[in-house]
Design a protein around this ligand. Structure first.
Ligand SMILES: [Zn+2]
Length: 288
């Protein structure tokens, strides 16, 4: 499909690579949270986990989404084909629908035990940085094809809308997972509209009620709208990861790829490494 080559391969992929390199360098210079692991080891583990998911994304997921959008152009069936408005308004409507439904999908990944098996691979990362943005089990992507495909169809997104959203989605995912300490005022301003590293860091906490918050992907207002936003946790009190998956030697790429098909350990944050006092006194708190 030429449109995937034209938009994703020739424009999106180089742009996303540049974003990755910039964030990787930036977080190496000024870290937001202290690292537990070597960056070199993290790059290796998270890249290996990403190989099957990246291949699926490019050669299965994107072609299916674009095909659905093309079919919709013939049938003129989705929402955007049912009213008159300039293309940029329709693109905005499609983006908002795709981003909102991805927020809901993220909640389902946490609440439905079968989906959590796959999403756990992402959360089991003991540090959070731009490489965590690649650490997704390929099964999670397969599961999302049906769900996300349905909303591409219902929204009436065009093939270009789908591809541009996907590029923004990947770029936003890299940004909010990154470990770059941004100037506080800048981040506070950005966070009014988009998900930022401090906000998403709270979602990766080992404390259950902190993880059960901040599900948004690009726009942060979905969490505010549904009262799932949690911004009053200081970054230096957060312990990243899942309490029952903390053994660094165990978390190899092979273990992670097999993890969804094994017996899943229950989340248990009692007696874990959560002995850091929660003072919330530093000025990293986005909102009291
Ligand atoms: Zn999550």
């Amino acid at each position: 499909m030429n449109v995937i080559k034209r938009v994703f391969d020739y424009k999106g992929a180089p742009l996303l690579t540049a974003v990755f390199v910039a964030l990787f360098i930036a977080e190496g210079r000024r870290a937001l949270r202290k690292r537990k692991q070597l960056r070199s080891e993290r790059v290796i583990v998270n890249s290996i986990v990403a190989i099957p998911s990246f291949s699926l994304l490019r050669f299965v997921f994107l072609p299916i989404m674009v095909k659905l959008a093309m079919k919709n152009q013939q049938l003129r069936w989705g929402l955007n084909y049912r009213y008159d408005a300039p293309p940029f308004i329709k693109a905005a409507v499609a983006f908002l629908i795709m981003d909102y439904t991805n927020y809901l999908w993220h909640i389902l990944n946490h609440k439905i035990p079968f989906l959590w098996r796959f999403h756990l691979v992402h959360h089991s990362d003991r540090d959070l940085d731009v490489t965590t943005a690649f650490r997704f089990h390929f099964g999670e992507l397969i599961g999302s094809v049906f769900y996300r495909g349905a909303f591409v169809f219902l929204s009436g997104a065009t093939p270009i809308n789908v591809l541009v959203y996907e590029i923004l989605f990947e770029g936003a995912t890299q940004f909010h997972h990154s470990n770059r300490k941004l100037p506080f005022k800048l981040e506070k301003g950005l966070n009014k509209i988009i998900v930022t590293p401090r906000m998403h860091g709270i979602h990766h906490s080992q404390v259950r009620n902190e993880t059960d918050s901040n599900y948004s992907v690009i726009f942060s207002f979905w969490d505010r709208l549904h009262s799932t936003a949690r911004l009053n946790v200081a970054q230096d009190t957060i312990v990243i990861g899942v309490p029952t998956y903390q053994n660094a030697e165990e978390l190899t790429p092979g273990f992670l790829l097999k993890l969804p098909f094994t017996k899943i350990r229950q989340w248990n944050d009692e007696g874990s490494t959560l002995d850091i006092p929660k003072t919330n006194t530093d000025k990293n708190v986005l909102h009291k």
